[in-house]
Write a protein that binds this ligand. Structure first.
Ligand SMILES: NC(=O)c1ccc[n+]([C@@H]2O[C@H](COP(=O)([O-])OP(=O)(O)OC[C@H]3O[C@@H](n4cnc5c(N)ncnc54)[C@H](OP(=O)(O)O)[C@@H]3O)[C@@H](O)[C@H]2O)c1
Length: 250
């Protein structure tokens, strides 16, 4: 029970890695607030999690500061001060460079970069010193990817943000780290067709997609006292995709 009496806020907690992290934090005793844009999804999630008063759901769009203000006001009213923030909400569908229009560009940057920035900034007045913030970046920041130009750039920005925020919050002993998941089996990759999934699996030395629960374990580690001397880090969780060659010939 590493998180008994701790309060955790997870953006994008209605599905995928955010949901897996919510489950894991609840299992370790935390009070958890999750948000997402879709009220119905949150209601369904809350029914499945069946965590009673220890779970709060708030329908907000993280790209709007006024919505984040609502989120943190509700969290304060229910649970008091916050200990941990997992800034996880993100969007991105593969699109060729030439096909990225202004609306798509603005949406991805607003959610993935502006949203993460202000999720962290707006949390600060409500956070206990000694807490932890984990940002969800992506392995895509390390590769040239023809169809993820905007998405990958926002994730590079998130990774950099982890270092600057860590520096800025050192005096409050709030540790800030990022994770960079590889290809994880969630709603986001559920949009990919079988051919694409097979090609991706082939590129991963472990020859499989990651599971959201495997990411949740890393989030909980970084948020816990077990990671008390880690800040400003960005941890790859990608089945060896970036660091290893998929080819076993040498
Ligand atoms: N899956 C992968 O392979 C992979 C790899 C590396 C990194 N990531 C990153 O991991 C994070 C989680 O994604 P996932 O794979 O778990 O996919 P997911 O199941 O689609 O989760 C994303 C969540 O974010 C929420 N969300 C999206 N826009 C939002 C907004 N403007 N305000 C509030 N919530 C919002 C979504 O809920 P609503 O639609 O209800 O808002 C959804 O619950 C994302 O940042 C993604 O970029 C994913």
């Amino acid at each position: 029970m590493r998180f008994k009496n701790k309060t955790v806020v997870i953006t994008g907690g209605g599905s995928g890695m955010g949901l897996a992290a919510a489950k894991a934090f609840l299992a370790e005793g935390a009070n958890v607030a999750i948000c997402g844009r879709t009220q119905e999804k949150l209601i369904k999630t809350a029914q499945n999690l069946n965590a009673g008063d220890r779970l709060l759901t708030v329908a907000v769009d993280v790209s709007k500061i006024s919505d984040l203000d609502q989120l943190y006001t509700q969290v304060r009213d229910r649970f008091g001060k916050i200990d941990i923030v997992f800034a996880n909400a993100g969007i991105g569908t593969p699109t060729g460079f030439g096909d990225v229009d202004e609306k798509t560009f603005d949406q991805i940057v607003s959610v993935n970069f502006k949203g993460v920035f202000f999720t962290a900034q707006q949390a600060l007045p409500h956070m206990n010193d000694g807490g932890a913030i984990v940002l969800n970046a992506s392995l895509t920041q390390h590769q040239g990817l023809a169809n993820l130009t905007v998405y990958a750039a926002t994730k590079a920005a998130v990774s950099q943000l982890a270092r600057s925020l860590a520096s800025s919050l050192i005096s409050r002993n709030i540790r800030v780290n990022a994770i960079s998941p590889g290809v994880i089996d969630t709603e986001m990759t559920g949009e990919f067709d079988q051919e694409m999934i097979a090609a991706l699996q082939n590129e991963i030395p472990m020859q499989r997609l990651g599971q959201p629960e495997e990411i949740a374990k890393v989030v909980l580690f970084l948020a816990s006292e077990d990671a008390s001397y880690i800040t400003g880090e960005d941890l790859l969780v990608d089945g060896g995709r970036i660091r290893l060659s998929p080819w076993q010939g040498l």
